[in-house]
Ligand binder design. Structure first.
Ligand code: ARG
Length: 273
């Protein structure tokens, strides 16, 4: 089986960390007394862009806006499925203004953007997984937004409840390895309520499971193209288990972004036309 995994080229939207900082705290990772190194953050981000391009993916960027330090976390601004875009409504008032510049970018690209009525943090919590969308709730995105997403996309939305405040977005606790029908995911069971754990076990009996420690190293805040898995270098054991399954780990260090509670996937929105 190793070497049989076929990558699918993706289109990613990112936002340069020109104004990235930890200037408020809206998750347990964020400490305003632990400053971000702006030069290092920029270098790390550029290395992620380079890694995507080196593996055949298209990277677009949305211009960063001063005063919006979390705008680098592009995943949260929207979710696109088959040419349709659902925008965002952030829980934290500090992040609410981020929705508009992303909406403008999507509109300029020809997407009609539906604005959610309930708190909805884009691909951070709404994770397209082939035949359905996996949706997290508990800390940010609310169940009403899961229903809005299902109605808007016409795709079944599977609600999952997150229980660990350090793993507050679905994309910190789970990622899609392969989004073909009957695809596969990697996830950390500890991050979910007992019922949601059972749902995941039913849907994905062959999932790659991660420990809480691996999830806290942002090992699950990863991006897979079906073959290459871009993930933090700290998640070494997880990378080895992925390699056993025929995936090719591509370590990318985004440690400056961990200070704000995000990593590779948080910085990446997939554009699905
Ligand atoms: N500081 C940001 C927040 O708390 C980090 C967002 C991380 N994004 C993600 N997709 N998990 O909202």
């Amino acid at each position: 089986m190793p070497d049989s995994r076929v990558p699918r080229p993706r289109r990613f939207l990112l936002c340069e960390p020109r104004h990235f900082a930890v200037s408020y705290s809206i998750n347990p990772w964020m400490r305003t007394d632990r400053p971000v190194d702006p030069v290092r953050a920029l270098d790390q981000w550029q290395a992620l862009v380079d890694a995507y391009r080196a593996h055949g993916h298209t990277v677009d960027t949305v211009p960063p806006v001063a005063g919006l330090p979390d705008m680098v976390f592009a995943a949260n601004a929207a979710v696109t499925v088959a040419g349709r875009a659902l925008g965002s409504l952030f829980k934290a008032p500090e992040r609410r203004p981020e929705s508009l510049p992303y909406e403008a970018w999507l509109k300029a690209e020809g997407f009609e953007v539906h604005r959610p009525e309930a708190v909805c943090e884009g691909e951070g919590d709404l994770v397209p997984a082939g035949r359905w969308i996996l949706a997290g709730t508990g800390f940010r995105t609310v169940p009403a937004a899961h229903r809005e997403a299902q109605e808007f996309f016409g795709v079944p939305v599977i609600s999952l409840t997150l229980v660990d405040p350090y793993l507050y977005h679905l994309d910190t606790a789970l990622f899609v390895l392969d989004d073909a029908d009957g695809g596969n995911v990697a996830y950390c069971p500890d991050a979910f309520s007992p019922g949601s754990r059972e749902v995941l076990a039913r849907l994905y009996p062959d999932a790659v499971l991660a420990t809480r420690e691996e999830a806290l190293a942002f090992g699950l805040n990863a991006v897979s193209d079906g073959r290459h898995v871009f993930l933090p270098p700290e998640a070494r054991a997880l990378a080895a288990r992925l390699a056993e399954r025929g995936y090719v780990p591509v370590p990318v260090d985004l440690s400056e972004f961990h200070k704000a509670g995000g990593s590779i996937k948080c910085c990446t929105q997939e554009i699905r036309s």
